[in-house]
Design a protein around this ligand. Sequence first.
Ligand code: PLP
Length: 448
Amino acid sequence: MDDIGHRWLNQHKVGERLPKAVGGEGIYVVDETGRRYLDGSSGPALFCLGHGHREVIEAIKAQYDKLSFGYSSNFTSDPIDQLAETIIEQAGGGMSRVSFVSGGSEATETAMKIALQYHVARGHSGRTHFFARRQSWHGYTFGALALSGHPARRKPYAGALMPVTHLSPANAYRPPAGVAPHELADHLAAEFEREIHRVGAERIAALFFEPVVGAAGGAVPAPDGYARKMREICSRYGILLIADEVMCGVGRCGTWRALAHDGVAPDVMYTAKGLAGGYAPLGAALMTEEVYRTIADSFGTIASVHTYSGHTAACAAGLAVQKVIIRDGLVEKCRTDGDYLMGALREAFGQNPHVGDIRGRGFFVALELVKDRETKAPFAPALGLQAKVKEEAFNRGLLCYPSPGTVDGYNGDHVILAPPYIISRGEIDQMIEMLKASIAAALARVAS
Ligand SMILES: Cc1ncc(COP(=O)(O)O)c(C=O)c1O
């Protein structure tokens, strides 16, 4: 690297110099100076088994020793077959077929195409319009970005994005004006139905939503009953319900399929991050047999594939990660230790005048930072509170996942914690202590 900064680009700011990561072990990442960082967010809720997991690495190596990729247009393989069986069984909820891709955005695109093909197969080719929600994130490819209710990230491309109807977020801490938290699910269901009538049901392909919203809202679970109401309305109007479980799925929220918590089965769902836990780029879109059969009977197959779809070594990584999760009871651990994590957060931050909300599910939790707890007013975005929390945490050797725009895409700050499933309770305590000090230091900086 020279004075112009890094020659590669990944959203770091002009001139920003990143430390060089050289190793990882368990919940820690190690930089070139030997400094260890406790990975309290698993990167972006990705490294579910932490770093340097020997069994996973050995499984990947063993696959590479045999064959890197049996190109999936020509061949099947044990890893892809077994991974498909495994995740269909883990997902439950009537999921029956899976299309593998290389990450979350590709999975979103695949789900969009499955929905469109399904309707065409049923003779409803006018159903091309999608519904999603504000304060949501579905990825940076064009279809996924069009779905995403994330104004700041949409901004450079807004003019080229396909029109999508964005419904209100399902956030009990910030319900629409005049709506009490216990009325929220009914209010949002009524809004959904109103919008269906406005747009015309015969034009609508699917509703996309994150069962627990990730970085766009800060680990926001929908209120009880919300998902069931949306399911019922979708079924009534022939609209597919599609769950984006890229971040919240694969056990992180205490059930392998996040929506299982709500007792709701989608028509299509997809996941990515925890699938191979960062050991390989891998995502998957799953669908019911009814969706699959309808498409297959008309088209023969799902018309969506990429060169790397079902990459054998990536599937081997995914299979190894899933085997460890199942064998070690890690979904259950996310649930029980998630309760411990939530209790510890409430203990540490419950009285903090600038922590407005502590929320989430399992090992997917967040603190929303506010200027005033009574009014829920956020800090001015120009203060960059969330960036300061990130910096203070980094300087203390803690990796967490702060983001801006919590309230409306521009205002608001939250910090996500999404530790690796393998974290111990002692390490949870340590992580919270570090976060407490980091938030205190960042708040002191914005106050001065
Ligand atoms: C809920 C959700 N959906 C989709 C995506 C896009 O996934 P990817 O970044 O792997 O393309 C993300 C990424 O953060 C996400 O959190």
